[in-house]
Design a protein around this ligand. Sequence first.
Ligand SMILES: [Zn+2]
Length: 191
Amino acid sequence: MQPNLSDIPPIFYPFDSHEPFTACKVCGLDLLLGTTDYFIEKAFKNNIEYQVSDVVFEYAICSPCAHSLQSSISEASQKSMAEYFQQQEAFLAKMEAFQQGKGESIATVLTKCSITNQPVSQLSDYMIYGHFRGNKMVTSTMPNVVSGQVMDELSALLSNETLGAMNDFKDQYFGGPVALEDLWKDKPVFL
Ligand SMILES: [Zn+2]
């Protein structure tokens, strides 16, 4: 096994499965061939009182499809997001340590918002994001947990053009209960 790969944490499996995602949501590529890296994003809605968590949406996307979707993010939005993350010094330091193998374990990273450090158990909504190859996680990239608060801060920075492109992506690939669609409308999709 290559040193920068590790087992996929089950939280990154499809919600109704005990096995990893098998196909790119956009082009259908067989991800388990291991020939093309891919990313998984999952959004959760948490009932804090009852500690019950629902998956709002989830998908795996191959890196070529992710790159082509990224091109739908306007230059202004890309600049705003880059500036936002450049200001998060603790987050950047944590990510750097992780990439050098000196950071927190994957399990610990996944317990709290990567930016605010709020425990996931206390977040009413959040997203997780990670980088994968075949049936392994690529651990040179720190997986991220993004709280609803951070998503709101980010979406406030995005241009209408970018939010429109993100909503089009969600409309095209995720049908679902209207209430959930409304909940996640205008929240950024991380690619
Ligand atoms: Zn694809």
